[in-house]
Design a binder for this molecule. Sequence first.
Ligand SMILES: Cc1cc2nc3c(=O)[nH]c(=O)nc-3n(C[C@H](O)[C@H](O)[C@H](O)COP(=O)(O)OP(=O)(O)OC[C@H]3O[C@@H](n4cnc5c(N)ncnc54)[C@H](O)[C@@H]3O)c2cc1C
Length: 439
Amino acid sequence: MTKITSLPADDATCGWYHLSKGRKVQPPHLGNTSARWAIVGAGFTGVAVARQLALNFPNDHIALIEAQEVGLGSSGRNAGFAIDLPHDIGADDYIGDIGIAKTTMKLNLFGQNSLKELVDQFNIDCQMKHCGKYQAAVEPRGIAVLDAYRNGLDKLGQPYAVIDADELPEHIGTRFYRKALFTPGTSLIQPSALVKGLADSLPANVTLYENTPITDVEYGDKVVLSHRNGSITANSLVLSNNAFGMHFGFLKGRMLPVFTYGSLTRPMSEDEQNALGGKPFWGTIPADPFGTTVRRTPDNRLLIRNSFSFNPDGKSNNKYAARFVKQHRESFERRFPMLPNMNFEYTWGGALALSRNHEGYFGKLASNVYGVLCCNGLGVTRGTATGKLMADWLAGQENELIDFLLKSPGPCANPPQPLLSMGVNLNLKWGQYKAGIEA
Ligand SMILES: Cc1cc2nc3c(=O)[nH]c(=O)nc-3n(C[C@H](O)[C@H](O)[C@H](O)COP(=O)(O)OP(=O)(O)OC[C@H]3O[C@@H](n4cnc5c(N)ncnc54)[C@H](O)[C@@H]3O)c2cc1C
């Protein structure tokens, strides 16, 4: 029996969750049930596994188990960029090996297109806009990243536009940045609304159990997943619970639960919208990976996302959000001096599962246990794609993308604690310091 020693505990202050439509939360699991397939984790990855398994095996019963409410976990609390392009922060030009970059792009587009089709098919109201993204810089380091990224995009044959400082206000209002690269292929979403909508449109042979944290697991011919009110016995288990997969006994110490933080303002008044100027909605990611992500949402709020903490147990910790809201305020004031009275209505944190070699996990963890884990901060499209492909692989399919994922070495090993925490914390501090005013 494996005891799950840490359970998800996200804060209750995520703006996307509160601003998306309320829904009927599915009841927790009670008693003892059997299912052909059990999936733990109902974020973008888990709902994609569940939907595709249900389509591939229409006569099988699939149990999708979520510790919290759908839309409250990381999938509902991210910045909402469904990115098409490879984003290899380990490579100087963000593109790296051209063969890998081309396949990564196919994977991302596969995820992005799947999301778009589902949004259209089920009429999911999630503010999806295929409006591209800006990658913007102000520090010399950031400008150098943009120049390198341009070369990478040329190598990949992908379109972009260079936007200089004097033109940027027409796009995003602020005069803060010195340069940006616009790439047209990214979609922006309201993440909590999207993942809720996806969970509410699953096929009939999926049963979703919310507020059902799995506390014990017994591996054998069948897998028994226990919780405080009963158990689910499954022929096969798919883990799609990101860094919490480590607590189920796999990839121990290889995934790093790093939290990052977001704040969302109240809606701008018409005067404030005029004072800001620019397009009605847009998204900007930082050239420096430790910098600030900014969005103007279709409902006229501004999002600031920056700051990191290493929370080895994967749980949120209120002390960080209280500390980082000050950083959000400073980042906001640097960018939007024309909006002096905008308060943040919401501030929250959320977990990324990072690996030092930027590799995720896709494959077989034990004889009847499979994993799609370690999002590396890009789970909106990537989680959707890999979840769907996992279900196809389990149905015996083979293709270029499945092959690519199976060949990945997976997340690399890390030094033991306390060295690990010391190293990660130092890295995060140094990275944020180097980002300068881009943070
Ligand atoms: C502030 C922020 C901004 C981000 N911005 C972006 C972005 O713009 N674009 C992008 O692509 N990505 C972004 N990310 C990353 C993105 O949110 C993740 O990559 C994505 O959520 C991963 O999806 P997932 O389904 O694999 O995992 P998760 O969303 O983490 O879902 C796993 C689920 O497993 C559940 N679980 C864990 N343990 C158990 C258990 N014992 N029993 C039952 N259930 C369990 C959890 O409650 C959780 O809901 C951002 C993340 C944050 C925090």
